[in-house]
Design a protein around this ligand. Structure first.
Ligand SMILES: [Cu+2]
Length: 679
């Protein structure tokens, strides 16, 4: 599944790597005249480095015409390629195996690097260099381990110096899918890391070959007679030469005093040494060893200046962080999990583009109790016709369903958590028993993924309220977990009985409880606000922190021009309930066409003499304002936030605005909208 733009390239790269490796394997074993260990070396590095491995093979090693391999591989730069190939093939195999194991076990990144270095070095030395090369070098296994130690150490240090920072910075940077071996991005980053390691160790290998301390490329030809019954390219090549033959490109014997050769072997033993006799001086060897060691230390430690090396794939693996988020060596895993985008693969439902949030949810009546079932899920939701987002939704809508109750109702909310993280719900502004209030950890155990929790209480007050997540609300409420809760006064005797049983102070419960005093209007509209951060197909929780700033804004889950239009007639009134379900910004909500009357604040009706006229109210997070607006003249009258950035969609205007903007369409005397102005 393509989650990020880079994924297309990742898949293409990995496919090319596999195809290239298949080609190299086919071509090598079909008849490229060289030792089996080098054949495998090229196959492995092509698998790891993809087209770059293929390029190296074709340009430096693949016999261009029968019988020409000896001369073709002679140049020092090609010998360096061969030497670096068998270093990288061995070391990288160890490093990659270690990286997989370490990710699965969940070791922190710093330990990851150490284990990878050790595995790479040991794999390279004990298996690839010594065991595989033994055939060509002769001597006992232990002898080969001893002789290979210094060149392997120098070469591995350079390799890891290039590979470590690439792995660390790309794995832990932003798209931490790269930390998990189950993700293709992990393998792509490994591929880049190996390539960087190869690039850094290549010049070192050229030097090692030139000083006779490492093997370069060599030619080995089969001595079997041509197989006439099964003529293959290999057989044809073999028939070209005379008997078993491994040629040294430069024709030099291995110098005995490098510790790499003992001089007993003739050319047929397969030494591919270059620049024979020019053994390094002790000073040169010390200088190169010291320099590559310093490179290694730099490669292993400098990345820790930018990322938190104490984190493991278990803690942050697979997270995708918002662009622009500042992560440092101290950024905790919890911070990253809080700010990470929703993995679109978690989505269980795609809402139709036209789907609306804030839809009235009728209760089930069970023994006189109003029962509501809330299912919390990850869904795909459209805030604009062409802007899908992922959201944490209640009953597959954003905002969650609107709950309309009467004062004194006994309600039961059965909340089932299908989200990938724990959650709770809080009944904002209502006087409920503490255990029903919702703050995670403080008043209740968070509802674990898959678990159900029932909130059960009697509704004490009248007015405009809302519910929202109270477990990591900076993340969950910002991702859509909230909805309106409207309570109306009632004469129902059962309700009044339950209210009396609450023994609440009368001024809290009865101030607006008289249905005769309810402030009514011809129309009613509930307006819930939210900020969004959606980039490159990933939705992040918008927040006031580096990288978390929003680029979309919605009224009832939709950005203008997808917001509702309310049609009215001149003289009619509308009661707008502004609900501060927004989490990070104060939105000065303004209505065109004349002032409105503020009749309630935070659910509490204002006494007549305390009501006031205004044309803008600052709807801060958590606040509610009920206002009555009268349609004075025909026309399209805007309701909008007065921070102009909040009336754009990703900083663009569409049809005259965006985001927190909607239209009150006051029809003319004939019941028609005014014509749109000529554009
Ligand atoms: Cu605003």
């Amino acid at each position: 599944m393509f989650l990020q733009p880079i994924d297309i390239f990742v898949y293409a790269w990995l496919a090319i790597a596999v195809l290239s490796a298949i080609y190299v394997a086919w071509d090598q074993f079909r008849g490229n005249p060289e030792p089996t260990v080098m054949k495998w070396g090229f196959v492995l590095i092509t698998l790891y480095m993809g087209p770059i491995g293929l390029l190296l093979y074709v340009m430096a090693d693949k016999e261009p015409a029968p019988g020409t391999h000896e001369a073709f591989v002679q140049p020092l730069w090609k010998q360096g390629v061969g030497s670096a190939v068998h270093c990288v093939a061995g070391d990288a195999t160890g490093i990659i195996l270690a990286a997989v194991v370490v990710s699965v076990i969940g070791l922190p990144m710093w330990a990851d690097l150490i284990v990878e270095y050790a595995a790479g070095f040991l794999f390279g030395l004990l298996i690839f260099q010594s065991l595989f090369m033994r055939k060509m070098m002769g001597g006992s296994y232990l002898e080969n381990v001893r002789k290979s130690f210094m060149p392997e150490f120098i070469s591995m240090n350079a390799m890891m110096a290039g590979m470590a920072p690439v792995m660390v910075l790309l794995m832990m940077g932003r798209d931490m899918r790269a930390m998990w071996p189950g993700e293709p991005l992990f393998w792509f980053v490994m591929s880049l890391g190996v390539t960087a390691g190869y690039a850094v160790t290549y010049p070192v290998n050229v030097w090692l070959v030139s000083r006779g301390m490492k093997h370069g490329l060599m030619t080995v030809r089969d001595d079997a007679p041509a197989q006439h019954d099964a003529p293959s390219q290999a057989a044809k090549n073999a028939s070209h030469d005379h008997g078993a033959m491994a040629s040294m490109p430069a024709g030099h014997a291995m110098p005995a005093d490098t510790g790499m050769g003992d001089g007993k072997h003739d050319a047929s033993a397969g030494h591919g040494m270059h620049g024979g006799g020019k053994t390094p001086t002790r000073a040169q060897l010390v200088a190169v060893t010291a320099f590559t060691s310093l490179m290694l230390i730099a490669g292993m430690t400098l990345p820790s200046a930018f990322v938190n090396m104490r984190l493991s794939a278990h803690e942050v693996g697979k997270l995708i962080m918002p662009p622009g988020m500042i992560t440092t060596q101290e950024t905790p895993a919890a911070t990253m999990r809080d700010m990470a985008g929703i993995d679109p693969r978690e989505s269980v439902y795609t809402a139709p583009v036209a789907a609306q949030g804030d839809q009235l949810l009728p209760p089930q009546i069970v023994d006189g109790v109003k029962v509501f079932h809330f299912d919390l899920e990850v869904i795909q939701w459209s805030i604009l016709a062409d802007r899908p987002v992922n959201a944490y939704a209640v009953n597959r809508q954003v905002p969650g369903p609107r709950i309309e109750l009467e004062q004194g109702d006994h309600v039961r909310f059965v909340v089932t958590n299908h989200l990938p993280e724990s959650t709770t719900l809080h009944w904002h502004g209502l006087i409920v028993p503490n255990a029903m209030d919702g703050p995670a950890v403080v008043t209740q155990k968070p509802i674990a993924p898959g678990a159900t929790y029932t909130y059960d209480y009697v509704v004490p007050q009248v007015g405009t309220y809302f519910y929202h997540s109270h477990d990591h609300p900076d993340r969950q409420q910002s991702l859509g977990l909230y909805g309106a809760l409207i309570v109306r006064p009632t004469h129902n005797p059962d309700n009044l009985k339950r209210l009396a049983a609450l023994h609440l102070p009368p001024e809290e419960v009865t101030a607006a409880a008289d249905p005769a005093k309810e402030v009514k209007a011809d129309h009613e509209y509930t307006l819930l606000l939210q900020e969004w951060l959606a980039r490159d197909g990933i939705t992040y929780p918008a927040m006031n922190m580096e990288g978390g700033l929003p680029n979309y804004f919605t009224i009832n889950g939709k950005a203008y021009p997808s917001t509702d239009t309310v049609k009215m007639r001149v003289g009619e009134t509308i009661k707008i309930r502004f609900i501060g379900s927004n989490t990070n910004f104060v939105h000065p909500m303004h209505i065109h066409g004349g002032p409105f009357t503020v009749v309630a604040r935070d659910g509490v009706d204002l006494p007549k003499d305390a009501q006031f006229q205004a044309d803008t109210v600052n709807v801060g997070p958590g606040q509610r304002y009920d206002v009555i607006w009268t349609a004075r003249k025909p026309g399209r009258w805007l309701v909008h936030c007065h921070i102009p950035h909040h009336t754009t969609n990703n900083n663009q205007e569409q049809q005259g605005g965006g985001g927190l903007m909607m239209v009150l369409d006051v029809l003319d005397a004939n019941g028609h909208s005014l014509p749109m102005p000529a554009q």
